[in-house]
Design a protein around this ligand. Structure first.
Ligand code: HEC
Length: 95
């Protein structure tokens, strides 16, 4: 998967978590793709422009598309916040 390589090459994980794993300077991005008021254009804006505490990245259109595909895939496959999990009486996690 190309998008994951971009995530690693650009070191997004130094400051951001996926599934709760990664650096803690920035927020967890596991569910950013489907978050209300966020999503692909929002992600693109942050990556392209940066903020006072996040560097900007100059990705090619193709790289950006792949990075967004990776984040969409991650979003569809898990939840970021274990505190929101419902735990069954036997200790397993409910969906
Ligand atoms: C040096 C640390 C650092 C790196 C590296 C970094 N970020 Fe960030 N990022 C941040 C911080 C800190 C914020 C919070 C923004 C703020 O408060 O200004 C942020 C915010 C964001 C947001 C908005 C999150 C939200 O919930 O509003 C997105 C999306 C994002 N980063 C994506 C990325 C991606 C993709 C990469 C890799 C290409 C990346 N970041 C690399 C530090 C970083």
């Amino acid at each position: 998967m190309q998008g994951k390589m971009i995530w690693q090459k650009k070191n997004c994980g130094a400051c951001h978590q996926i599934y709760g794993l990664g650096g803690f300077l920035g927020p967890d991005l596991t569910n950013i793709y489907s978050a209300v008021g966020k999503g692909p254009m929002y992600i693109k804006a942050f990556v392209t422009a940066g903020t006072p505490v996040m560097p900007s990245f100059h990705l090619q259109e193709q790289e950006m598309t792949e990075l967004l595909q990776y984040l969409r895939h991650v979003d569809a496959s898990g939840k970021s916040d274990p505190k929101q999990f419902r735990v069954n009486y036997d200790g397993t996690i409910a969906n």
